[in-house]
Design a protein around this ligand. Structure first.
Ligand SMILES: Nc1nc2c(ncn2[C@@H]2O[C@H](COP(=O)(O)O[C@H]3[C@@H](O)[C@H](n4cnc5c(=O)[nH]c(N)nc54)O[C@@H]3COP(=O)(O)O)[C@@H](O)[C@H]2O)c(=O)[nH]1
Length: 738
């Protein structure tokens, strides 16, 4: 198909060239043929004319002799020899001359040689002579038979009457063969051939190559001396070639050559044009590819420095911006601040409403930041819900904190996304280049550290990075690392603090309190690592460990005979989010082979309130399985107590902050009294925490709080010590043990 397309023009040219060439050739060929035929005809007419003329000349000569002799009185005898010599000299066709007397006897004959015997004899060609003799009116010469004067049947005689001093008939015998031969040889053009025929057959032929005769002969009839002949003339092959001229052949050859050349050129042209087209197409494709590549590269370059969702700069671009700004900032000692923003409740929005809404919210946040931030501020989105503003050449640190406040304010109002009115807030960490040794990396990391602090500080606030804050955080991170290691290495230990019946001073239960014992024996309290454990998720394995240890330990103490002891286990808020918590608790209790009624789960009031709705099921399920539910640190910060009547709480633990200043502090006394009354009215058990003095015991017992914990009875102690305590005092507790 491609080859056909390449050769299309060449094929058309070849066909056209052939048609034109052949047409022209045909035309020329006809013209040449006509020309050749005309030439041959010309030749035939010429020969015909010459023959006729020769004959006429002979007739004229015979007549002329007669008129001469009639005008002259000289006897024939006297003139005969001279005239005969002249006649035969000029008329070579004349074979014999004769003079007949009126009786048609031969009187004189020339040449005498060979004819001498005829003199005196009667001329035998009687018909013609008779016609002359009997008709005096015929004055002109006539043609007749040669009679006995002829040598060849074709010989003829020309006879005329002479009516002069001597009467008679003058005759000239002609050899037609010789005459024609002479005329033909004298007049025929080179390359022509000729034949003369009458009705009896061929009379004469000049050359006889028959090759071209059939096609090229020209016939013409000739009436001479009373004979009707057909003269046929045709050319020799060479002559024919010459006559035709060869122009048509040359044209044919040239035409075919030109056609061939043109075809070839056009084919080459077609091929090259096709190749050029292909090249052009390839070039176009190449250009398109290059354009596409450039577009992709531009897009990649754009994406390399932009956030696809919001169109803001990304982390790479931020780092480049900061790196470029740092030298001038350091040199001119200007203020460059990095403001790290993290949305406070974005994850909740994303989880609850889906990523589409989440994405839209991020776009709105980006737009709001762009509106508020001064023009010189560089804004980037560096992660999920993290945005960073770089404010070079800031007037002062005060200006930066004011900007941070504006940002907080702007993000602490609602956003409308689809049908939702969303409320979020943000936490901000601020760091200055100066505090980061003018390092882009450091200043961003410092801002991130400050942000962490802001989150810790309760969100919707900002923190400015300081080296002290950084140190604290570094320590915290270090602690986190070690805690993870400790959990993996099972370096945690469960301590137990006795729960005491204040009346009998009997140990009625224990509270499991985890400790982290370092390699050097140093004991780290849960206050230091539980919050970190909650942040990192380590609280789950820690809690599992504590629950397993505590239930197994309780089983041991039951087996030792202290089979009415209960065990209080602290539950973290994070634990409540694990879906299998109920199963896990029941399974652990079941594994330890103790009754669930000996287990009490403690939730701080804060955790309880925060999860009151979402964990309604958990709390009821726990109670239905006989496990007690205590509210720890009761009375701290929460005013709504209505939940108590709707939830299956079994005991309240008065926070030790109320107990520690009893009985002197009237407020604490009133609060303690109120909590006790509340528990009494709701028929909930009451436990006092943090009892350190007998006065506190007295105060509590006077107000009918008969269960308590505190250093007065025992600090939290390892299990072995607790066992010794049980065994040494038969379950009673002496005062000031620890
Ligand atoms: N989720 C979990 N929380 C736990 C676990 N183990 C402990 N904790 C919680 O850590 C907080 C600190 O506990 P800890 O350092 O063990 O302090 C306890 C007692 O040592 C302390 N206490 C008891 N009596 C007194 C006293 O007379 N004076 C005084 N100054 N302190 C005393 O009180 C803590 C027990 O409090 P509470 O839990 O409220 O009963 C603490 O909040 C623990 O809950 C754990 O495994 N998981």
């Amino acid at each position: 198909m491609r080859a056909l397309s390449e050769a299309r023009q060449a094929i058309v040219a070849a066909i056209l060239g052939m048609v034109i060439t052949l047409s022209f050739y045909g035309y020329l060929r006809i013209a040449e043929s006509e020309h050749a035929t005309a030439q041959i005809q010309n030749e035939a007419y010429n020969i015909q004319r010459q023959l006729r003329q020769t004959m006429i000349n002979h007739l004229f000569m015979v007549e002329w002799i007669a008129r001469e002799w009639e005008q002259n009185d000289q006897a024939v005898e006297e003139r005969w020899q001279a005239d005969a010599n002249i006649i035969t000299l000029y008329y070579q066709g004349v074979q014999t001359l004769v003079w007949l007397d009126p009786q048609r006897r031969i009187k004189k004959v020339f040449p005498e040689q060979g004819n001498y015997g005829l003199v005196g004899s009667q001329f035998s060609g009687t018909e013609t002579i008779d016609m002359l003799a009997n008709n005096d009116a015929i004055q002109h010469a006539i043609v007749g038979k040669a009679g006995n004067l002829g040598r060849h049947p074709t010989d003829i005689g020309l006879f005329v009457q002479v009516d002069g001093a001597e009467k008679g008939i003058f005759g000239a015998i002609l050899s037609l063969q010789d005459l024609i031969n002479n005329v033909v040889r004298a007049n025929i053009s080179e390359g022509f051939q000729l034949a003369l025929a009458n009705e009896n057959g061929l009379l004469y032929s000049f050359q006889g190559d028959q090759q071209t005769k059939q096609q090229w002969q020209v016939n013409t009839s000739l009436q001479v001396l009373g004979n009707r002949w057909t003269l046929t003339v045709w050319p020799t092959p060479n002559k024919l070639e010459e006559l035709l001229g060869g122009v048509s052949t040359a044209v044919l050859t040239a035409g075919l050559a030109v056609t061939l050349l043109l075809t070839f050129v056009l084919y080459i042209f077609g091929v090259s044009r096709h190749r050029s087209q292909e090249l052009a197409d390839t070039n176009l494709e190449l250009y398109a590819e290059i354009e596409e590549r450039e577009r992709v590269e531009q897009q990649m370059a754009y994406l390399a420095e932009h956030d696809a969702l919001t169109g803001l700069a990304n982390r790479n671009a931020l780092m480049r911006f900061l790196t470029e700004k740092m030298p001038a900032t350091e040199q001119h000692k200007t203020i460059l601040a990095v403001i790290f923003i993290d949305l406070d409740r974005f994850k909740e929005v994303n989880d609850a409403l889906g990523h589409t809404v989440g994405d839209e919210l991020l776009k709105r946040v980006a737009r709001r930041l762009q509106k508020i931030a001064p023009e010189s501020t560089f804004i980037a989105r560096t992660g999920g819900d993290e945005f960073v503003l770089a404010a070079p050449d800031s007037e002062s640190s005060h200006y930066v904190t004011e900007l941070a406040k504006q940002l907080l304010l702007a993000l602490d109002t609602h956003f409308f996304v689809d049908a939702y009115e969303l409320f979020i807030s943000a936490s901000i960490g601020i760091a200055f280049a100066e505090d980061a040794d003018y390092s882009a990396e450091n200043v961003v990391r410092n801002a991130d550290t400050a942000l962490y602090q802001a989150k810790e500080a309760g969100r919707n606030t900002y923190q400015i990075y300081s080296r002290a804050v950084h140190r604290d955080l570094t320590e915290k991170l270090e602690l986190m690392k070690r805690l993870r290691h400790a959990v993996e290495q099972e370096k945690l230990v469960v301590y137990y603090q006795p729960k005491i019946d204040l009346n009998s001073r009997r140990i009625i239960g224990a509270e499991a309190l985890v400790r982290w014992v370092e390699d050097d024996g140093k004991v780290i309290g849960p206050d230091q690592f539980i919050p970190i454990a909650e942040d990192t998720g380590l609280i789950i394995p820690i809690s599992d460990f504590v629950m397993r240890q505590a239930t197994e330990q309780l089983k041991q103490w039951h087996d030792l005979g202290y089979d009415d002891l209960t065990m209080a286990i602290n539950i973290s808020g994070k634990q409540l989010h694990t879906p299998d918590l109920i199963d896990k608790v029941l399974d652990t209790v079941h594994q330890a082979r103790i009754g669930p009624q000996f287990i009490e789960l403690e939730l701080t009031e804060q955790v309880f309130i925060e999860n009151i709705q979402s964990h309604r099921h958990f709390m009821h399920a726990i109670r239905e399985h006989g496990i007690a539910l205590a509210i720890d640190d009761f009375g701290v910060g929460y005013s709504s107590l209505s939940y108590l009547k709707n939830f299956p709480v079994t005991s309240l633990k008065i926070d030790r902050s109320f107990v520690q200043d009893l009985p002197g502090d009237n407020d604490d006394a009133t609060i303690t009294q109120t909590i006790i009354n509340l528990a009494k009215n709701l028929e909930i058990d009451i436990v006092a925490e943090g009892i350190e003095t007998e006065q506190q015991v007295d105060f509590l017992m006077e107000r009918e709080c008969f269960v308590g914990q505190g250093f007065l009875f025992s600090r939290p102690i390892p299990a072995e010590q607790f066992t010794q305590l049980l065994q040494k005092y038969q379950g009673l507790i002496p005062i000031q043990i620890a």
